[in-house]
Structures are given as structure tokens and as C-alpha cells.
Design a protein around this ligand. Structure first.
Ligand code: ADP
Length: 461
């Protein structure tokens, strides 16, 4: 199907505008012309009635059906046109006998009517006339009178109006269409500006924004919303760039370490014990690297929403016990005691692998950052319908300036110290993602010098 509707919004609006204006003007003109017509005809009828009264005064009955017309005092007598009939339908007088030949016979409705009767008639020569007919009482005797007036002048006047409108209408529509075209152009110009700007925004100039012509109107609102979207995109793009550069930086450190250990070893000719130690160091750096790469992979899969969640009913009491057992050797290395507190049986709907990853990261931090011989308490409890796993340590605590940031990727309060202990700044970011992804929350309460409490909050079943 071929569509004749133009694709361009501006042309379409203009066309609509023109069509609607034409329809309105046409309807308006039709109404106006019919009103004028009714008015002119009423005038004509009024004049016919005046004729009736004037003519009535002119006639005097002589005797029987013969009458005398006294027209000396009527200067317009020859412009009037009338016929006088007897009540038995005999023509008594006609002031335009020749022209009257083309008048119709007296019709039934004329004969029957009691008061005045108006009728339109077209003469043989094409002239339209209006006829007033009715009974007339002259000196106690009844007659029938017909008064005739040319109606063509009315139509001429109407045609005059019509011609005027036919000329004025297209001009008005043209002016309206031009106005509409101009106005829609002006209204839509912000879109053109937005389009040309949006076409130029790419990753190189993500800082640029769409022009907002009028923030109050719909188009301005559209531009604002787009700009907010660009803000978000720019931020996440920045984060991505930062992440990539941080990751590269992190990967570089163990690689440089392996390289320099190897280079030093190559320069010396030592015994097997020395080389074994060197290999040990290289493997340690390798472990760190593997751990880092695993974490990076986890986060990039998490970002791509490629980590599938498998929610099952998890018994928190046994879950906590098993996880603590798993990490116990690390605590024993620092002679720390891990105490488990749980007084009630708690079940949650969770992905146990992700939950374990989160809790392990918290326990790992608690062990890493707390001094030797200290105590770590892990408790499972319910509070206001939530299930909570708490990891409490007696470590250094976290000051308020850092507390918001520790969940960010690669953020470490003391970079050197964390690295020495095998940290890369991703542990809390991963834990936080793992908890959030199953609808929970990870929060921290801490006081410098006293220790920290990390809380995993989940909906209990
Ligand atoms: P890292 O691999 O460095 O441990 P995390 O993301 O796990 O990275 O932690 C971020 C930072 O938060 C750590 O570098 C550390 O400074 C601080 N932190 C985390 N847990 C604790 C804790 N239990 N006590 C004190 N500081 C902590």
C-alpha cells in the first residue's frame, strides 16, 4: 500500500493544520451564507408586506368588481408589481400585464391560505420572483391580491459573497499553512539541534550533553532525561576504565615480582636450597596472581550478569559452622580463636555458593586485619524478620572517612599492608555483590581501635 502521508513531521503537521483550517472556514462560510440568505429573504418578505399596505391605500372600490387605482402619490408605483383578483378568481387589475403572463396560475395553497402566503417561482425568462398572496378587505368587500418582487438580487448578492469567500478562503488557508509550517519548524527546532548533537556524541566526548532549549517543555524534558542517561553512561564508562587500569596495575605487581626474583636468581650460582626458596617465592606470587585473576573473572561475570543464582533453603547454623571450619587453619596460623554463636535454628532462601564466598571474604578480612591471639565471633540470629550473620573482630577498626569506600573495587585503607597479606581490594566488593544479588544487604559498624562488625542481612524464611 502506497502511503500518501508525508514522513516528515513538520509537513504532516502543516498539512493537518491546513486541512482542519479549511474545514473550519468552509463550515463557517456555509453558515454565514445561509444566515445572509435567510436575512435577505426576510427583508424581501418585509418589503412585500409594506407593498401590501401601500397598495391597499391606493385602491378604492368603484362598484362590484371594478376598482380605481390612485397611484399619483406613489413615486415607486412602476417598480411595484401586483395583481388584484376577485374572490371568484377573476383578474381585476394587473399593473404589469405583459410581464405577468409568465406568472403561474393561482395555486391551491394560495387559495387555501388564510393569512399571507409566500412562494418562490422561476419565470420563463429565468428570473426568480417571490410572491406574496393573501385576501384583502376593501371597504367591507373581499379581494385577493398578489404582490411580486424580483428575488434575483438576493442571489446576486449571495453570489458576490460566495465569490469573495472563494478568493479569500485559499488565501487564508495558505497563510495558515505558512504560519503552521513556520511555527512547527520553530517548535521542532530543538529536536534538530538534539539530533545533530546526539549524532556527534561518542565514547571520546561522553562529557558533552544535548542542548536544552526550554527545560520546562516536553522537548526540554526529553533532552534532560537523555542528559541524565548520558551522565549515568559516562559514570559507568569511567568506572569501567578505572577498573581496567586498576586491574592492569594489580596484575603488574606480582608479575614484576616474579620477574625480579627470577632475574636475581639467574645472576647467582647457589645451592639447591636457595633455588627451592626462589621457586617457593615464585609460586607464592603465582598464587596471588591466580587469586586476583579469579576475583577479576568473578566481577566481570557478575557485571555481565553471567553468574547464575540457585536459591535453595539454607540452614544458617550448619552453614556458618562449615564455613568457619573451612577457614579455621588461617586463624590457627595467627593463634586466633573463632567462636560461633547461634541460639536458634535459622533457615534462609539463598544461593549457598555465593553466600559462602561472601562469608569467607569477611572471615578472611577479620583474620587478616586482627592481631595474633585475638578473638573473632561469628553469630547467626534473626532480627525484625531478617536473618543476620555477624562477623565481629577485635582488629584496628575502620574510620568514618574510609567506611563508605571499602566496598569499592580495589579500595584499600593501607595498600602496602593489604598487599603483604595477600589482599587486592576486591574482597568486600565481591562479598557485597554476592549478598545484594540475592536481595540482601552487607553493612559494617566499626570503631577505630576497638574492632569491626560486618553484618550480612538476608530475608529469613
Ligand atoms: P582486601 O583484599 O584489601 O582485604 P577488601 O575489599 O576485602 O580488600 O577490603 C577493603 C579494605 O577494607 C581493606 O584493605 C581494609 O583496609 C579494610 N578492611 C576490610 N575488612 C576489615 C576489618 N575486618 N578490619 C579492618 N579493616 C578492614
Amino acid at each position: 500500500v502506497v502511503s500518501f502521508i508525508p514522513k516528515n513531521v513538520r509537513t504532516r503537521l502543516t498539512l493537518w493544520f491546513a486541512v482542519v483550517i479549511s474545514a473550519i472556514l468552509l463550515a463557517y462560510s456555509a453558515l454565514l451564507i445561509s444566515l445572509v440568505y435567510v436575512n435577505l429573504r426576510n427583508n424581501l418578505d418585509d418589503r412585500l408586506q409594506q407593498d401590501y399596505e401601500i397598495v391597499e391605500d391606493m385602491i378604492t372600490v368603484v362598484s362590484g368588481d371594478s376598482v380605481k387605482i390612485d397611484y399619483d402619490e406613489d413615486p415607486y408605483f412602476y417598480e411595484r408589481w401586483f395583481q388584484l383578483w376577485s374572490i371568484k378568481w377573476k383578474l381585476i387589475y394587473d399593473n404589469k400585464p405583459f410581464t405577468s403572463k409568465s406568472l403561474p396560475q393561482i395555486t391551491k395553497s394560495e387559495k387555501k391560505s388564510e393569512g399571507f402566503n409566500f412562494e418562490d417561482f422561476k419565470l420563463k425568462n429565468g428570473v426568480r420572483v417571490r410572491i406574496l398572496s393573501g385576501k384583502m378587505n376593501l371597504e367591507g368587500k373581499w379581494f385577493f391580491i398578489r404582490l411580486i418582487r424580483n428575488e434575483d438580487r438576493i442571489f446576486e448578492e449571495l453570489y458576490g459573497y460566495l465569490r469573495l469567500m472563494l478568493i479569500a478562503l485559499p488565501i487564508a488557508v495558505l497563510i495558515a499553512a505558512f504560519g503552521g509550517f513556520f511555527l512547527t519548524g520553530k517548535l521542532l527546532s530543538p529536536i534538530d539541534k538534539m539530533v545533530s548533537k546526539a549524532g556527534k556524541i561518542s565514547e571520546e566526548n561522553l562529557k558533552e550533553r544535548l542542548p536544552v532549549v526550554n527545560p520546562e517543555d516536553e522537548l526540554g524534558n526529553l533532552a534532560l532525561v537523555f542528559n541524565e542517561m548520558l551522565n549515568r553512561l559516562e559514570k559507568s564508562f569511567e568506572r569501567l576504565k578505572q577498573f581496567t587500569s586498576d586491574a592492569a596495575h594489580e596484575l603488574r605487581t606480582p608479575l614484576t615480582a616474579i620477574r625480579s626474583i627470577g632475574e636475581v636468581a639467574l645472576q647467582n650460582h647457589k645451592d639447591a636450597k636457595y633455588y627451592r626458596e626462589i621457586i617457593g617465592s615464585i609460586l607464592e606470587e603465582n598464587n596471588r596472581l591466580t587469586h586476583l585473576v579469579d576475583n577479576l573473572l568473578f566481577l566481570s561475570r557478575a557485571d555481565a550478569r553471567r553468574i547464575s543464582k540457585n536459591l535453595t533453603l539454607v540452614n544458617l547454623n550448619s552453614f556458618v559452622r562449615e564455613t568457619v571450619e573451612f577457614i579455621q587453619p588461617l586463624a590457627e596460623e595467627k593463634n586466633q580463636t573463632v567462636i560461633i554463636e547461634s541460639s536458634e535454628v535459622i533457615s534462609v532462601k539463598a544461593d549457598s555458593a555465593l553466600l559462602k564466598q561472601a562469608l569467607l571474604n569477611l572471615l578472611d578480612n577479620a583474620i587478616k586485619y586482627s592481631p595474633n591471639d585475638s578473638q573473632i565471633t561469628v553469630s547467626a540470629k534473626t532480627e525484625n524478620g531478617s536473618a543476620i550473620i555477624e562477623v565481629k573482630d577485635n582488629g584496628p577498626g575502620i574510620s568514618t572517612e574510609h567506611i563508605e569506600k571499602i566496598f569499592e573495587r580495589f579500595y584499600r585503607i593501607d595498600k602496602g599492608r593489604s598487599r603483604k597479606m595477600g589482599g587486592s581490594g576486591l574482597g568486600l566488593a565481591i562479598a557485597s555483590w554476592a549478598i545484594k544479588s540475592q536481595g540482601g544487604k552487607l553493612i559494617v559498624e566499626s570503631e577505630v581501635g576497638k574492632g569491626s562488625i560486618f553484618k550480612i542481612i538476608l530475608r529469613s524464611v
